[in-house]
Design a protein around this ligand. Sequence first.
Ligand code: ATP
Length: 862
Amino acid sequence: MSSSYSLLVQSVTGISWKPGPAHGKKPNLYVAIYQDGVEIKRTHTIKREIAPKWDYLANIPDPASSPISLRVFHDSSFPLVPDKHLATLNTSIPALLDQRGSEGDTKVLRLDLIGADGDQKGRPFGTISVRLMKVAEVAAVAIDKVQKAIEGVKLSGTESTLMKIGGILEHSKSTVEDLVSSLRSMTSKLSIIVAIGDELTTIHPYAHIAWKVLTAVYQTVKKQQETDDKLLELVDTMVDVYSFVGDVDFLADKIKGVEDKALAIVKQTVEYRAVRSTWLRADEKIYDLAQTLIKLKDSFEGRLAVQSLFLSAKMLKGVEALEQSDAWKKLNPLAMNAGLRPMCLPGTRRKILDDVTEWVTVPSEAGNILWLSGVAGSGKSTISTTVSESLRELDRLGAFLFFDRTDPSQSDPGAVIRTIAYCLALSNHRIGSVIAAVIHRDSAVINAPIRAQFKTLLLEPLEAVQQHIQGPILIILDALDECGDSDSRAPLLALLCDEFPKLPRFFRLLITSRRQADIIGQFQSRFKEIHLDTEVPSSTEDVELFLRHEMSHIQQQKKLGPEWPGEDNLLTLVQLSGGLFIWASTATKFMNGYRPDERLKILVTQNNAKRFNLDDLYSVALRNSGPWDTDTTFAQDAHAVLACVVLGKVPMTDQTIDMLLYSGTQRSQDVLSYLGCVLEWTPGQEARVLHISFADYLTDPNRSGSYPELRFNICNLEDSHLGNTTAPGLSERVKSMVSPQLSYSCCFGFNHIQETPFDLLVLGSIHSLLLHQFLYWLEVLSILGEMQSATTGLEVAAEYAKNGEDIELQNFITDASIFVAAFASIIAASAPHIYLSALPFSPVRSEIAQRFVPDTIKRKLA
Ligand SMILES: Nc1ncnc2c1ncn2[C@@H]1O[C@H](COP(=O)(O)OP(=O)(O)OP(=O)(O)O)[C@@H](O)[C@H]1O
């Protein structure tokens, strides 16, 4: 390499041109370079230009002392008509070196051409300008150029992307082989990709990193070009792959297809970055990467789907994995299905997505755990899903766990290590083999304490395979604050702090959570934290982008006028949202219901001095989603159905809710269809809250309106002579005094207990409820017309007490069952008669009388 030279062809001037009948007024010129009489390079043709300019860099192969000639041709543009040779410069590298003298590579040589035919032959015939450089000098110039180019690229989209693309292509038709001009070519190709990516946005996170990759390649060339042949090979291969960009016909309707290919290329480049900058054994990996790139190029040429390439490699490994899957299944992982999780709207969260991707792909000494914190609904889970998807596409996702408080069976802290091990086993063949072997050897570890699980299922296997893993692997734990409660997840938090940092450093852990006290206590100042601040301008801008997108969608879908929603209204919504995504998302769902115009007005007119926060929005959205005030049946049904969805131990379909609430009569569908702005449901499917913050709102009496808990005379009935059906305003009182949570727990709590495994804490709750609040429970059942639930509830409680060997509770239930059997009809007719009739008539020595009849009366009765 040290004796290699490059020739930069810059321009030709002074050519005289006689237009013939077949040519236009100006020639189509190109320069061909010959060494020892053999053509080795040529510039592209510049059409209809008498004094063309190029910026064409040609590498001159060894021996550099051989004769060189530069010949100027007119390109006939017709297949059967030969190009016309107009002029020539005969020279050699030593001669050119003499001519550039002490000024070196900066000197532009203006050299005379001689005529090539007719009477001009051998006579001066115009001038050619060239510069001669050593490759090392070229590298320096190129580095400078790429850095300037990088600085000059704007990643923000423009309307004229297509025009820009067209412009770049005009200049990228030449065949580039020289190393440095190749790198330059890649840079311009990448700018095309960035331009496409900006238009279609999905490429953005990769393109951003790919820019950095190319810079890194330049720097590596600068330092290592004399020694690192493998790198040079790789660069050649990359050039080859990037050359496809120049061949693409950029018709608007083909852009989507281009995007897929461009995305694949950029991803490979990112992969290079991950490998080159970190991750050991670089030479070996560079070789692999070069092979992959070659295959990638082949797959473009053969018009094969890129994915099939990756898939086939995976399938080979899959055969073996199948044999191991039995072992992995023993890990009994939490079921994770990210299918319906939302992703960031393209164009939002750019900076944070870049930062997180950068943190994953670039090693740092700052530790392998990143904590993304933020308030409810600020967008953490959406970011984590987007990151997981980018990394999955790069084959760098090890595990993505997301917790959900409304589904406790999927949020058990005790299952986290097993689930990570399972996901890692699936994601990587080598890790999978080691984990399978561990389980064969010691299957009891699956039920061991989580510290032992961590050591045996994660730390040791990952240490064992670290030699064979290049590049980072990301594990994501999303919504850690929803994983169990602060008590049950305490051991997991301690493990994350003490042990996870010991994992081989290419395992990166991204944790998202609200800033809850127990999590702050453990993580703050220990892990790198990115806090999603909703107050900063970038959050407001992102929410604005989202609102614009959603409102235009509603406008089209509901065929509203082109002015809708109006710029002022839109900006008011942005301001009301306070930079909180869940606010914006709930508001748009609310407006996308019946009469969006009215609903928009309801929201924007809330813009008074008081801040209209998420709770206010939930309250307004709920109030306006159905006939709560005019139809008491709707109000009661909606309460009960919401309670089922929010408090049910498992998600329920409309049929299950009907079975539970209305003995199978179809009623819940109607109610559910009104609640689309807060619930996710389609007929026959499970109903869920759209966002956990709605469940928080509904179950917190301080937020959704204060409801008293179980107590004497819960509905403040003044006249004990009136029955439940005749008491004035009873349904209104029930609505305001009995929270959905309470009514649901009273009616159906025992049904759920029946379905869950025995738990001492649950036994304690039953004990306390029945022994202290039994009569208040009956009061609620009476008011709600659900007295039959008392009998079934007591049966479940009796079984539980028996399993828990709680003799005191068993005795109480025996007596309570007699009490219910004797007085059920009286109590069902009138709640106050629990205290007026049933209690006084209970045998004075009975458990009920002993516990609930006041001592003064007991003494009199005795
Ligand atoms: N970048 C985004 N693009 C589009 N929609 C978004 C974006 N970020 C958030 N959203 C919307 O806002 C909702 C709330 O966001 P998300 O669930 O990610 O918040 P969170 O911070 O994880 O909340 P929590 O702490 O309560 O779990 C999402 O369901 C989604 O509809």
